[in-house]
Design a protein around this ligand. Structure first.
Ligand SMILES: N[C@@H](CCC(=O)N[C@@H](CS)C(=O)NCC(=O)O)C(=O)O
Length: 212
């Protein structure tokens, strides 16, 4: 059955979109225009009451949250090589990195990019952003250390965690703390972006990254 990924240009759907391309999946991509509020349309809220992207619809199964969509897409294509076998040390690292990224690195970026979600009072937003910048420095340093001496987060093979890190690195290009300013993260982003599947995802979404 054809899966449907709801996403937006350069948004949290990028990692799942790239994984579906890597897997050669039978899927369709529905591009929502967030500036027009299409993510708040009643028909979309019926499948994802958060009113955010991404959402992955796989028959009767509806998955939201970017990392969950990514893991489900990969699990449905067990031969795609994007996740280590359950119960292995590498699988533990795969969970660890993915949950850490979505819960920590992504969250800190969100606090910098959308301080109003954390501080309704405008006067306190600069403090929220300053704290987010300090956290982002620590988090990107941790990603940098995690990539020391290895091509991929899990070591020998690229996984879904690398696609997720690439997505966050791409977003950070507009943040005061940029993944690309750290050599290991920069080399990692270039490595991921060189993948034909990632190129296809970026072309389909109409996004580019002049990483140099
Ligand atoms: N925790 C969610 C966050 C999703 C999220 O914030 N998505 C953004 C795009 S990257 C969005 O839909 N923003 C539009 C809105 O909040 O109305 C996830 O990781 O999937």
């Amino acid at each position: 059955m054809t899966m449907r990924l709801y996403g937006a240009k350069g948004a949290g759907s990028m990692a799942t979109h790239a994984a579906l391309e890597e897997a050669g999946a039978d899927y369709e991509f529905t591009l929502l225009d967030l500036s027009k509020g299409e993510q708040k349309a009643p028909a979309y809220l019926a499948i994802n009451p958060n009113g955010r992207v991404p959402t992955l619809v796989d028959g009767d199964v509806v998955v939201f949250e970017g990392a969950a969509c990514l893991m489900h897409a990969i699990d449905r294509h067990p031969d795609c090589g994007l996740a280590p076998a359950p119960g292995t040390a590498e699988r533990g690292a795969y969970y660890r990195w993915l949950v850490w990224m979505t819960n920590t690195l992504q969250e800190s970026g969100g606090a910098w990019a959308h301080p109003a979600n954390w501080a309704p009072d405008e006067a306190t937003r600069p403090k929220v952003q300053a704290a987010a910048v300090a956290r982002l420095e620590r988090h990107w340093d941790m990603a940098e250390a995690g990539l020391a001496g290895r091509h991929w987060l899990l070591g020998e093979a690229m996984s879904g965690a690398d696609l997720y890190l690439f997505m966050l690195a791409y977003w950070s290009r507009r943040y005061p703390v940029k993944a690309q300013d750290r050599p290991n993260c920069r080399a990692h982003a270039r490595r991921v972006m060189a993948r034909p599947a990632v190129q296809r995802m970026m072309a389909a979404e109409g996004v580019d990254w002049e990483l140099g």
